[in-house]
Each structure stands twice: as structure tokens, then as C-alpha cells.
Ligand binder design. Structure first.
Ligand code: AMP
Ligand code: MG
Length: 338
């Protein structure tokens, strides 16, 4: 199969929408990362996503909608707090989990009786969904385990020859995947995966918001978790990623200078001074910048031939928690604490 590179012109969007309707796979830009889309109601099409990615069958897909009118065709028992959050955060990078309708086959929900849903903010994504008339199941458009793609070129690195088309919409503005939440009860928001919509953003809307422990620690493959995706090693480039929890830059520099080998790189904050003896890339000074750059830098480091990458540790709160979580997963939760 030759993967076609499309742009977000009307003609190309129509062409891509037709592919989706015919049960083919199309990767498309969203404001988080590139998604790998198929008609969420078509079990055969969705199977192609799992095959193209090499994704474990129990890892559910997020269903993307063009507007709120589509919500009750895929989900039911939507609590009133969810309508409030939808009004506040959609279109945007919030995924909410609800009991699923039978229109959504089990393969899409990873065998669960629930479905994760969001309305993306990226206009090309919503246009594609509208034109196809389908709810679109779309995980990140990377091969399973690798860093999520934030450009069309990164999608092609992983998916060329495996999918019908990629819609090029430039680099994603967000850079990490959506915040995934479920509702334990009418008043409690449970964050299963952190994203750029943080605990602080959600807390004005309810009595209680809490973050799943799988965000902070390794979960064994046998453990039953609320969000199956959280137990798999993920986001990882070929290079070994080593987050260094140092009290300050001087401690970090001393450590890496003592431990460097031939193919050692550093991933620093923008405001850090240079380390002259080691090649360094940078990934911003705050959660929003770091989220934007993290996966892009991971892929750049692989192209440079990095074998070991020492990474300055992001904060564990606010928007940075999404970056901390991806970094820790890429590192298999192994940290160097100084
Ligand atoms: P990805 O498609 O790669 O962004 O991963 C989707 C994430 O959303 C995974 O971590 C899933 O575990 C989570 N997710 C999607 N649907 C559900 C659901 N119905 N219940 C729990 N977690 C879900
Ligand atoms: Mg993913």
C-alpha cells in the first residue's frame, strides 16, 4: 500500500473522508498529537488500527466527534457534570469516559463496556469527522510503544505503507495526548491520564478531583487498572531515557559529566547554561513548552544517534504533570535521584 500525503484543502479532506467511510485508515492532525483514524462503528476498520500500530487488543481507543449532537449516538448515562465540562472544555483536549452504546463495537473499546470520547479543537480534525459522517476512533498515529507523532513526517516514519493516507496539518500545538477522565460518582472526577487540562482546571467544576496512582508509578501487566493504556511501556524512543532528579543544574551537570559515554546526550531546560562536553537539546521551561517539544525531541535524538539521554526533570504538578508522566513512562519509571 502507498500512503498518500494529503493537505487540509477541501478536496483532500473530502478524499480523506471517503477513505474513512470505506473503512480505510487516515492519520490526521489534532491539537494534541496526530491520530490514526477509522470509522469507530466499523469493527473491521478498527481492527486495521490495532494491526497497523501493533497495539494490544485490550487498550481502548478514543472516539472523536465533530460536535455535541453526536455524543448520545456513541455514549449513554451522561452525568450532568459531563455536560458542564463539555461546555467548558470542548472542543479541546479532554477525553471523558461513559457507558458505551452498542453502535460502538467491543474492539473499539478494548472489550470494555465504556467508551472514551472527545471533540478535538483542530479544525481539520473536526472537518474530517463532519465530512465522513462517522465518529472516528483514533489513537496516536505511532507504532505501539514509540513516541507519539506531532508532525505528518513523524507519522510517515512509523506508518508509511501501512495506512491509506496522512493529512498534513503542520506541527501539533499541544504535543501530548488528551487528559482522560472518568466519573466515579456524580461529584468525583478521576484523572486516568494527565494532559494539558490539569487537575486545577477541573477542580472548580466539582467537589473532588483525584489523579490515578498509575500516573506516578509502574503498573504490572497483570494488574487490573481503570485505564488499560497506562500499564504498557510507551512513548519511548530507541535511546535510553534517564530522567535525573537533581536539586539544581550544577548537580545535574556534575553527574552527567562524570557518567557520559560516546553517545550521551542531554535534554535541558531552555534557561539552563550550556554543557560544553556533551551535545544538548532543550525542551522549554514550563509545562506547556515542554509538552509541545518532548516527543519531537525524542524523535530528533534518535535521528542524531543518541544512545543515552539524561533529562532534566519536569515538575510533577499542573500542566507539567503530563510531561512528567510521559517521561517516566518512556524511562520505565527509572529515575536517577541526586
Ligand atoms: P491513545 O489512543 O494512544 O491516546 O490512548 C488512549 C488512552 O485512553 C489509553 O491510555 C486508554 O487506556 C484510555 N482510554 C480510552 N478509552 C478508555 C475507556 N473506555 N476506559 C478507560 N480508559 C480509556
Ligand atoms: Mg498512544
Amino acid at each position: 500500500m502507498i500512503t498518500q500525503l494529503l493537505t487540509n484543502t477541501n478536496k483532500d479532506l473530502q478524499f480523506a473522508a471517503n477513505l474513512i467511510r470505506q473503512g480505510e485508515l487516515v492519520a490526521f492532525p489534532t491539537e494534541t498529537v496526530y491520530g490514526l483514524g477509522a470509522d469507530a462503528r466499523n469493527a473491521e476498520a478498527v481492527q486495521k488500527i490495532f494491526t497497523a500500530k501493533g497495539r494490544p487488543a485490550d487498550n481502548p481507543l478514543i472516539v472523536h466527534l465533530a460536535n455535541l449532537d453526536m455524543l448520545e449516538s456513541v455514549a449513554k448515562e451522561i452525568p450532568s457534570i459531563a455536560w458542564t465540562l463539555a461546555e467548558q472544555f470542548w472542543p479541546g483536549s479532554l477525553t471523558m469516559i461513559f457507558p458505551k452504546r452498542k453502535e460502538i463495537p467491543e474492539i473499539t473499546s478494548g472489550g470494555l463496556d465504556t467508551v472514551g470520547v472527545r471533540i478535538p479543537a483542530h479544525s481539520a480534525a473536526r472537518e474530517l469527522i463532519s465530512l465522513s459522517g462517522c465518529p472516528i476512533a483514533a489513537p496516536s498515529a505511532n507504532r505501539s510503544g514509540l513516541p507519539s507523532p506531532t508532525t505528518a513526517e513523524h507519522v510517515l516514519q512509523d506508518m508509511s505503507g501501512r495506512i491509506a493516507a496522512v493529512l498534513d496539518g503542520g506541527q501539533c500545538s499541544g504535543g501530548v495526548e488528551s487528559t482522560v477522565i472518568c466519573f466515579d460518582d456524580a461529584q468525583t472526577i478521576h484523572i486516568l491520564r494527565p494532559g494539558l487540562i490539569s487537575e486545577n482546571d477541573l477542580s472548580p467544576f466539582t467537589k473532588s478531583v483525584y489523579i490515578d496512582k498509575a500516573v506516578f508509578q509502574q503498573i504490572s501487566p497483570e494488574t487490573k487498572v481503570s485505564s488499560p493504556g497506562m500499564k504498557y511501556k510507551h512513548y519511548s524512543p530507541k535511546a535510553k531515557i534517564l530522567p535525573v532528579d537533581a536539586p539544581d543544574f550544577e548537580h545535574f551537570r556534575n553527574y552527567v559529566e562524570q557518567h557520559k559515554t560516546n553517545y550521551t546526550y542531554c535534554l535541558l531546560f531552555d534557561s539552563d547554561p550550556e554543557i560544553h562536553s556533551i551535545p544538548c537539546l532543550r525542551y522549554g521551561d514550563n509545562g506547556v513548552q515542554q509538552a509541545h517539544d518532548l516527543f519531537f525531541r525524542f524523535r530528533e535524538l534518535d535521528e542524531l544517534g543518541a544512545e543515552i539521554v539524561y533529562v532534566r526533570m519536569p515538575e510533577k504538578s499542573g500542566t507539567s504533570l503530563s510531561v512528567y508522566n510521559r517521561l517516566m513512562r518512556a524511562a520505565g519509571f527509572e529515575v536517577i535521584s541526586l
